[in-house]
Design a protein around this ligand. Structure first.
Ligand code: BGC
Length: 479
């Protein structure tokens, strides 16, 4: 994936800047925090959120007991299977349940679970589903680790929700099972269990980078295949599950690439037009009452400059309008798979006059830019999966497996700090590689060989044990 600042190149790198949030009170725009409807965040420099709670993934209610059957998983997994609990359990974990077990797979709810979110925020009310596949990946790292303190931290990660990436057509085959595991748990716990799905397979994907070039090409029937073999089956699978609250994140990097990288590398006009049309198609097709969509909106180091914000907001508005302004478009996801912190007091790279220091500022600024385009009602989420540590790169544009990264704030609904912020969430599963680090390998991107990148990395999306260990050790808040 591309996650770089392509704005104003050529400025000095390596310049240490020591700036305070007070000296840069807000991003450009209205001074931060403003919103058309009087809601709004605390503005720039709203501060680092306090509290290090285990997040929305940690259940507080009655648990599902010991996962001996195929029911919803529970407890800390000890096996290496995909399910939580023993390797024979096929269910998914949802943290460390306490309390009485429910034994029947149908659960003991007295009626259908009410999936309506609290105050319209799909991250609020219920719990976020912990991906069994991620639990298994983490388990593979636990199995290699002898340090007991580190293992204890890794086990905590097995209770944290992460997104399920549909990054190729073949991945759609695993979607129904993923959703069914969440539903099974929901039926056991009698409260909403909410999965988060990333829709990521546009034709000519990742046009300004190499690492995540997709399988679909425009000149090989890419649009038809995207619509018929990818979006259509996703739609059918989601439509068949109206009793689940499902969150989607739509096509990371695509529309931001049009905003700033048009004409560069493979981001030609044909590709740009198809990104807009296919994202609009996805938004329209996946518009269902139980599905909440967030469009990827880059991060502060990419669309943080005022002119970029405006370009981005215009494109978002155009695409949403082209889709018919679907009610299911709840808002935007920022910092997806990036390392940008929530707010800074200092950084070691040149910020190139970008008034948005961190994601809080950026969300405030984008909220204003979007309001100017008639989208003043949209909400935001921030990917905090790997933004716990600052000062880990010498250029804001470095996006690939940055050495020194640490897990950030745990997923949490309504964390505050910025305008209409629905949640912190772990969109990029920490430990999944951003891109292969060795020159000569397929899809090798130079950014994955930069000084700040861990060049031991496997292909994008593959499990990178050594990197996972670093992210655990450097977690902030600590695990
Ligand atoms: C990769 C995907 C992967 C996702 C989550 C992206 O960078 O291209 O294949 O699923 O990251 O790790």
């Amino acid at each position: 994936m591309l996650r770089r600042n392509s704005h104003q190149l050529g400025l000095a790198k390596w310049v240490a800047v020591l700036l305070t949030t007070a000296s840069f009170a807000a991003c450009s725009g209205d001074g931060g925090g403003g919103s058309s409807n009087g809601e709004g965040g605390a503005g720039a420099g709203a501060g680092t959120p306090t509290g290090s709670g285990a997040g929305a993934g940690t259940p507080t209610g009655s648990g599902a007991g010991t996962p001996t059957g195929s029911g919803a998983g529970a407890g800390t997994p000890t096996g290496s299977g995909a399910g939580a609990g023993t390797p024979t359990g096929s269910g998914a974990g949802a943290g460390t349940p306490t309390g009485t077990a429910s034994t029947a797979s149908g659960g003991n709810c007295t009626g259908p679970v009410d999936i309506s979110p609290v105050g319209g925020n799909p991250f609020d009310g219920g719990r976020l589903f912990v991906d069994p596949e991620y639990i298994a990946k983490v388990q593979s790292s636990i199995d290699k680790t002898t340090d007991a303190a580190l293992v204890a931290k890794m086990k905590k990660v097995q209770e944290i929700p992460t997104a399920f990436w549909l990054d190729q057509i073949a991945a759609v085959d695993r979607l129904a099972g993923h959703l069914d595991a969440a539903l099974e748990l929901q039926n056991q716990l009698c409260e909403p269990v909410v999965p988060v799905i990333v829709v990521y397979d546009l034709p000519n994907r990742d046009c300004f980078a190499e690492a995540s070039n997709g399988e679909l090409k425009l000149d090989e029937n890419g649009t038809e295949r995207y619509r018929n073999e990818f979006i259509k089956p996703i739609k059918e699978i989601l439509a068949a599950r109206p009793n689940q609250r499902i969150i989607t994140i739509i096509e990371p990097d695509s529309l931001p690439n049009i905003a700033t990288n048009l004409g560069g590398k493979r981001c030609d006009q044909t590709t740009a037009t198809s990104y807009e049309e296919n994202v609009a198609h996805a938004l329209k097709e996946l518009n269902m009452p139980h599905v909440y969509q967030y469009i990827d909106a880059a991060h502060s180091g990419w669309l943080g400059w005022e002119d970029n914000q405006k370009k981005g907001a215009e494109i978002f508005a155009r695409v949403i309008n082209a889709a018919g302004n679907p009610a299911g478009v709840r808002g935007f996801a920022t910092n997806v798979a990036n390392y940008t912190q929530l707010s800074y007091s200092s950084e070691s790279y040149d910020q190139q006059d970008n008034p948005c220091f961190g994601e809080f500022d950026y969300v405030d600024a984008m909220a204003s830019a979007l309001a100017a385009e008639g989208l003043g009602d949209k909400h935001f989420i921030i990917d905090t999966s790997r933004n716990g540590a600052g000062n880990i790169r010498t250029d804001w544009g470095f996006w690939c497996n940055n050495i020194g990264a640490g897990m950030g704030q745990r997923p949490k609904a309504n964390p505050g700090g910025a305008t209409r912020l629905d949640a912190f969430y772990w969109v990029k599963p920490p430990g999944d590689s951003d891109g292969v680090g060795k020159a000569g390998e397929p899809r090798y991107d130079l950014f994955c060989g930069e000084d700040n990148a861990d060049t031991r990395a496997p292909q994008a999306g593959q499990w990178f044990h050594e990197y996972f260990v670093e992210c655990v050790k450097n977690a902030n808040p600590a695990l």
